[in-house]
Write a protein that binds this ligand. Sequence first.
Ligand code: 5CU
Length: 345
Amino acid sequence: MSHPIVDIHTHVYPQSYMDMLRSRKTVPYVHDPASGAASRLIILSSDDSESIPLDQRGRPVDSSYSDINVKLAFMRRHGITTSVVSLANPWLDFVEPNEAQIWAEKINDDLEATCARVNDAADPEGVRALHEKQTLFAFGALPLSAPSADIVAKEIARLKTLPHLRGVIMGTSGLGKGLDDPGLDPIWAALQDTDSLLFLHPHYGLPDEAFGGPEATDRYGHVLPLALGFPLETTIAVTRMLLAGVFDRFPRLKILLAHSGGTLPFLAGRIESCIAHERKFTANGGDTQGPRTDHPFFPPLDGKEEEPWLSVTTNYKAINTTLADDTDSIKDVLGGNAVRILDLK
Ligand code: 5CU
């Protein structure tokens, strides 16, 4: 391997977080069936219906969600040299306000310690080239349910002091009112002032009715919410930021949108057109100047976790096919861009 291959979208649930989920009985929670069958992770309210037996709710959760050695094995299997790990959804969104800061510090310190341990242990004698080592960095979690946005801003500043942290991960609910909420301004300011990358990731999707209600969920499982609900959630969240002028007030905000930007790349033109034609938006002071517009939770089925994962190999194939002979661009997309933007040296 002569160049870095970086995975910037790869989640973990640290053990302390799993323990906390095990102590809960409402979403999000972990249920351990008395039969000894695999534990269940129930993080979506649609998975928590009384009509579903408890032992079958949500999804099976195994060590790949929390064990860093399993993550490193996953990286080796797919030729990934560097991963920027992040706490998985729903992050700390649901934590009691008075516990949010404590949990954020605990999770973020835990991520920092894990990265430090892995990076030091990866090459104890220092004999391997940088790009041959397995290295870990992390995006930090934010205490968004804390009593004030200043507590969140303080954690963003603290993250800059942790050597392996490279930004933050956040969902689309913000402080509970969505990302066009002016109450988020201190947080946007902290991210901009500290030059911290924001990894924006969906969790809440769209209401079940959008997909045909419980009958459709029973028939198709998570296909519609994950394939369509997640990307649309991201698209709606970022569009609300655009409409609220967040990018005008914070022009140096750096955002990484999960899942290739949701559906934003396809809908940007239509969003601009609708903005330009909406009287209510202009009457309310909206700015119509345009144009202004950019893991492993999919293991293979049938117990084939040890084989290459389709969710990874599909990306490799798309990159190699689309960019064909342009080897420099292939290297950039596979890792060079991430190394540069996130300073992963
Ligand atoms: O595909 C994904 O990114 C995910 C994720 O991050 N979390 C989840 O619950 N399902 C799918």
